[in-house]
Design a protein around this ligand. Sequence first.
Ligand SMILES: *[C@@H]1O[C@H](CO)[C@@H](O)[C@H](O)[C@H]1NC(C)=O
Length: 389
Amino acid sequence: MKCLAVLALLLASSAALAEHSAPPAPPAPPAPAAPCDPAACQLPLCRCSGTDIPGRLAPRDTPQFVVVAFEDSVHEENMATFRRVLYGRRNANQCAAAATFFVSHRDTNYALVNELYNRGHEVALHSISHMNPSTYWRDATYDVIKQEFADQRVQMSHFANIPYDSITGMRLPFLQLSGDNSYRVMADHGLVYDSSWATAAYSAPALWPYTLDYRSTQDCLAPPCPTASVPGVWVQPVTPWLDLAGNPCSLVHECYNSPDRFNETEWFHFFLTNFERHYFGNRAPFGVFLLEATLYPYPAVQRALQRFLDVLNNLQDVFMVTGEEVIEWVKSPVPVNQYRTQPCRQYIPTTCVRAQCELTSEYDGREYEFESCNVCPRVYPWLGNPLGQ
Ligand SMILES: *[C@@H]1O[C@H](CO)[C@@H](O)[C@H](O)[C@H]1NC(C)=O
């Protein structure tokens, strides 16, 4: 009965709608991407989603890349951990080992971002506001994403005094996707890769990075996932770790059944076991996605991580590199023997003339302290005014 009543109401209201003039049609959503055609989608510009190794290499000929990434703001407190855990590392090919930082603007000290860059680490984007809750990102329009990320790239380059072109990657807060919007903003503003799209289905074998020219076969954990064709934009999938009970977790701190945080041995084995799923599998890049807060309160976890990285840095076919370097390799894959003998990555060193700024926010009226490698702006930089002019 209830169903019938609802149906009657629906019919009545659609009849009523038809009688009035139709409202202006919203812009048509872009057509869904076509299934991937491997013949048309070829490296270096295009790659279908999949677990196949780029260049059809055998696993033993494939460099095992490890991407250690931290996210959120960079400030004096967490910088001490970054220096202790990361600085001075070399891969077995004698090139500097590097990490990726997905930096959010709020509370970030840009003199320290400059230091990370000049130590060879990758500076990538994690939004200006890092707004809570995650529904903000789920519902974000193209314009909001543009203000949060395209504007942040300009902002980061300006205040950290690092080259605009060195900033090519991004990650959405909470790994919460916003449909096509974030990928379309990337394409329109020259960003190369995104590392936000988590998968649970592809833990082993894992997905290699791919482009969005064609329809992705990846499962969607934090919808809406993109459906349109966005040519040339790279997805670096967030491959799950498995916790001690075998449950997938995207970020290390999300692993529910994780080892005792006071037991270094157990954590060392936890790092190693998750790594081995990649290393003894299809060698898809292994992500170690951390928050500094996972390490600082737990010296045992921190020591376990250092021991784990020491092991990696001594393996001849393992390379701790940035997310950007992984994409570069995927575009033009070469066997590990050749990769090992290539010259090390170069970057343009920059300097930071530190400015201590105390600024008021026109957004929330609060006072912010802010360290910059450029002259202090007029107000605290924020959405819509990324340079604080
Ligand atoms: C850490 O865990 C291992 C293996 O479970 C155990 O043998 C060892 O006693 C633990 N160490 C400490 C300090 O609790």
